[in-house]
Write a protein that binds this ligand. Structure first.
Ligand code: ME8
Length: 520
């Protein structure tokens, strides 16, 4: 067992509306990495949570005539429940309204104020409420917010600023010394040009609303929601919030997964805050792409074009949704979420390739060897190509998962699945079955196929935990721990291997579900 640690995070989501498939995307990606790293012996910390302060939440609660805390209690629970539905294995769930977090935010703010990295000044500029962001005139696009293209309000007030401008050079040298810090590469180029245009100091307090963490020495002001949010990655580990042994153990984070629209906060403001605190910088900020609806606009709560992940999981199973999200587009690119595409992937990859392979193999063992495979088997030289390919697949998957290339890792697994299906076509086990003398060969063919399925179940378990368990249960392996290294070894199944009866893994979808995809 190795002692290496691995710390993976998702953004903490705004609980301003029901979670949608876009939120599930990032959390599922982080879950796959967390599961995979655990299988490889890492001591993993996986953090997610909700970002509960700010004007947007305050206004929404007011509209509903409830206090903001009651509102976020209810909404945050929806995220927690969704992560249960999605089989998410987060170790912690932070809420920015947690007492320990609020205290730590104040301590951090005070520390930076005392150091001179936060100072009091006057703010004049444009504010976008949905994005909780400030802009100067030149940053606006057609007088609208450059991020979401909605209207902005003029704001002028006394406020506290973080001296971001003094970190430009340090950030650029950090990027140069750590070329993999911002992924994918295209996002790094965006950040570089952003910095080269000149960084403004960031306004880190507001006084026009009260739903936030109070500036500890000036309670007319609340701390800017993004400052409050970014530091969650360290307060959740106990930094300035009690026992900091986890902070010592897990910081810096190995990867922050975030959507591409908030890379700027994570790759510029966050490292600068950490530099000001004399803390290490995370190893990777990975900006993934967006799910678009069929008409190519970003899926978002405010546009009302979101896909409800709960309905989708109820109808097609959690694993199918996890699979689609990570297979359909390379991590980093945008993708379209439509029923047509979901259906196509489901039927071709899950029902036909994987489902059929497992079903055909299981049915043959049940039919030809109800009491288990023959002891006496007849392996042939040419079986080695399938065997060697199976043994080498997990090394390819590792390479892709270590660089967060989920879709390619799944393609590696699916190449093995296709090789198994081709092997069946080539070996024609149904012909071997007709001749009693060929039964040792038939047993060998089926043994090889189930060895591949055993290996597949290990690699799949990070992506599709339920299906991997179903496969292992039918193979009577469910009481054995899943060990990643076993995916590199051949011959671990009993020679007299037998199978338990089970249902189809992924029955084909023939109908169109209007409810889930009504907007698409
Ligand atoms: O930005 N496609 O929270 P948020 C893909 N609280 N991913 C999507 C998506 C889509 N259509 N829509 C949302 C915030 N996401 C801040 C974060 S972190 C210190 C503070 C995912 O609720 C994506 O990962 O707006 C995006 O970055 C995140 O949800 C934003 O969630």
């Amino acid at each position: 067992m190795r002692n290496e640690t691995f710390y993976v995070t998702t953004p903490i989501y705004y609980p301003s509306g029901d979670p949608h498939i876009g939120h599930s995307y990032c959390t599922v990606a982080a879950d796959v990495v967390a599961r995979y790293k655990r299988l490889r012996g890492f001591d993993v910390m996986f953090l997610t949570g909700t970002d509960e302060h700010g004007q947007k939440i305050e206004t929404l609660a007011k509209e509903k005539n409830i206090d903001p805390k009651t509102f976020v209690d209810e909404m945050s629970l929806k995220f927690k429940k969704l992560w249960q539905t999605f089989c998410i294995t987060n170790d912690r769930f932070i809420r920015t309204t947690n007492k320990f977090h609020k205290k730590a935010v104040q301590k951090i703010f005070l520390k930076l104020y005392e150091k001179g990295d936060i100072y009091k000044g006057k703010y004049k500029g444009w504010y976008c409420v949905p994005c909780e962001s400030f802009f100067i005139e030149s940053q606006l696009v057609n007088k609208k917010c450059p991020d979401c293209l909605r209207s902005v309000n003029w704001a002028q007030e006394e406020a506290y600023f973080f001296k971001l401008s003094s970190y430009s050079k340090k950030l650029i040298s950090f990027y140069n010394e750590n070329p993999n810090f911002i992924c994918p590469q295209s996002r790094k180029n965006e950040m570089m040009s952003f910095i080269k245009d000149g960084l403004q100091d960031v306004c880190v307090s507001r006084s026009s609303f009260s739903w936030g963490v109070k500036v500890p020495f000036d309670d007319k002001h609340v701390i800017y929601v993004w400052f409050d949010a970014l530091v969650n990655y360290i307060t959740a580990l106990g930094y300035e919030s009690g026992n900091n042994s986890d902070f010592k153990k897990f910081w810096p984070a190995d990867v922050h997964f975030v959507g591409k629209e908030i890379v700027r906060f994570h790759a510029i403001i966050w490292p600068a805050i950490l530099m000001a605190l004399n803390l290490s910088i995370p190893k990777v900020v990975y900006g993934h792409g967006w799910w678009l609806s069929d008409n190519s606009s970003k899926m978002s709560k405010s546009k009302g074009n979101v896909v409800d992940p709960v309905l989708l999981c109820n109808d097609y199973g959690v694993d199918a949704v996890r699979y689609f999200l990570l297979k359909e587009v390379p991590f980093g690119s945008d993708g379209v979420f439509s029923f047509k595409l979901f259906l196509k992937r489901f039927n071709s990859d899950l029902a036909n390739d994987l489902g059929n392979l497992f079903h055909r193999c299981s049915a043959m063992v049940e039919k030809y060897f109800p009491n288990g495979l023959l002891d006496e088997q007849e392996p042939l030289k040419h079986d080695d190509s399938l065997k060697n390919f199976a043994k080498s697949t997990s090394t390819l998957v590792e390479k892709n998962l270590d660089s967060f290339q989920f879709s390619f890792a799944l393609s590696n697994i699916w190449e093995l699945i296709s090789s198994c299906n081709r092997y069946i076509e080539d070996e024609k086990p149904w012909d071997l079955a007709k001749d009693q003398k060929k039964h040792p060969r038939l047993a060998s063919v089926l043994y090889n196929l189930f060895e591949c399925l055993r290996i597949i179940s290990i690699m799949l378990s990070a992506f599709m935990p339920k299906s991997a368990m179903t496969i292992r249960k039918q193979m009577l392996l469910d009481d054995k721990p899943i060990i990643w290294e076993d995916s590199k070894n051949w011959g671990l199944l009993f020679k007299k291997f037998s199978i338990a009866k089970g249902n189809a893994l992924f029955p084909r979808i023939e109908h169109k579900n209007k409810q889930v995809f009504s907007n698409l």
